[in-house]
Design a protein around this ligand. Structure first.
Ligand code: BTX
Length: 326
């Protein structure tokens, strides 16, 4: 990497209170003291707080908790997903940035991640609230060789990846998937997933899997209208969490499940999905664009379509809807 990246790595590796001298950094990066000084200036311009003490050198301030490559890469165990990280302090929407990168042929597995979004979005152009530096706001670019009609299934694939990554890191939590795209804890939304597709006639060019996770917000960080329906992992756990660690864990699960999907289709993942579902077996109301249906959610199909058994006994396939437990 560049001198700047190496300086950042060295600062991150040094324990929080340990200073590294300019001379040590210069030796480590094999550049002059002047280059080190320039790299430090540039990191400060990027928003890092670097404390310098005349005789001791430099140290990274503990508040520089970013979800950039320097923080994510030490945790990353994947081959492809997360190997290209595009990190921004602020974007309109990571989905928009990702779609621009696809035009420049960015590789499968690229992640676009930001500290904040000014126009984060959910499904049907609904706004997605993005508390700065308190969550994971990212888009994963996947380029699987699949036909366009299978794209919506990636919302389910991503949901299983995110929920299992959460369970792996925070075993005391009991998150459930609400079909198709939410992860709830205690009935409140921690995570939303939005899959968008860029297609070329009969093939998928890229899938933009947008993942928004409330992580380190206090309840007071949420706007009034979300107070009763949203929660964060920190609220549920009682302590803050390392966002970069969860990003890397999600990349691992997503890489694994994407491979499974491409090889075997949705069948293997269907069982995993059902295991984490808070919807199956429950009585629900589904609001589609055309009608409102009530019944028991009895399962999902191999295509990810929700099966709703109406009171008449008739089973209807739900492709797209908002659902609530009744
Ligand atoms: P959705 O349409 O299922 O959910 C949107 C609804 O969720 C909103 O109408 C609001 O009621 C509620 N909501 C908004 N913000 C939050 C929040 N922070 N926590 C809990 N509930 C909220 C869900 O759509 C898909 C969201 C994907 C977000 C990611 S972030 C990275 C990527 N970039 C981007 O613009 N979107 C995705």
């Amino acid at each position: 990497g560049s001198t700047k990246e190496r300086v950042l790595q060295a600062l991150l590796q040094a324990k929080k209170d340990d200073y590294i001298s300019g001379a040590q950094l210069a030796t480590f990066c094999d550049v002059s003291r002047t280059s080190i000084w320039k790299a430090i200036q540039s990191l400060e311009q990027d928003g890092y707080t670097i404390v310098s003490a005349k005789t001791k050198g430099y140290r990274l301030d503990g508040d520089s908790d970013f979800v950039d490559a320097a923080h994510i890469e030490p945790y990353l165990q994947t081959k492809e997903i997360g190997r290209t990280i595009v990190y921004k302090k602020e974007v309109t929407s990571t989905q928009t940035v990702a779609s621009e990168l696809v035009k420049e042929n960015t590789p499968h597995g690229t992640i676009v991640i930001a500290e904040s979004q000014t126009a984060g979005r959910g499904r049907m152009e609904r706004p997605w609230e993005t508390t700065a530096a308190k969550g994971i706001w990212m888009t994963v670019v996947l380029r699987p060789d699949i036909p366009p009609h299978q794209a919506p299934q990636f919302t389910l694939v991503a949901a299983v990846a995110v929920i299992n990554a959460m369970k792996a890191l925070y075993p005391s939590l009991e998150p459930v998937i609400k079909w198709p795209n939410d992860i709830l804890i205690g009935g409140k939304k921690t995570t939303g997933i939005l899959t968008e597709m860029l297609a070329e006639s009969d093939r998928v060019n890229a899938l933009l899997v947008g993942i928004g996770i409330n992580m380190n917000q206090a309840m007071s960080d949420f706007p009034d209208e979300l107070q009763t329906i949203a929660t964060s992992l920190a609220v549920e756990l009682g302590h803050t969490v390392d966002r970069a660690e969860l990003v890397a864990m999600i990349c691992s699960y997503l890489e694994n499940y994407t491979q499974l999907y491409v090889k075997h289709g949705f069948s293997r993942l269907k069982t995993l999905w059902e295991e984490s579902s808070g919807t199956i077996g429950k009585r629900i109301r589904a609001t589609t664009l055309r009608e409102v249906l009530e019944g028991i959610a009895i399962g999902i199909t191999e295509d990810g379509v929700l099966q709703l058994q109406l009171d008449s006994g008739e089973v209807r396939g739900i492709y797209s809807a908002d659902i609530e437990l009744t």
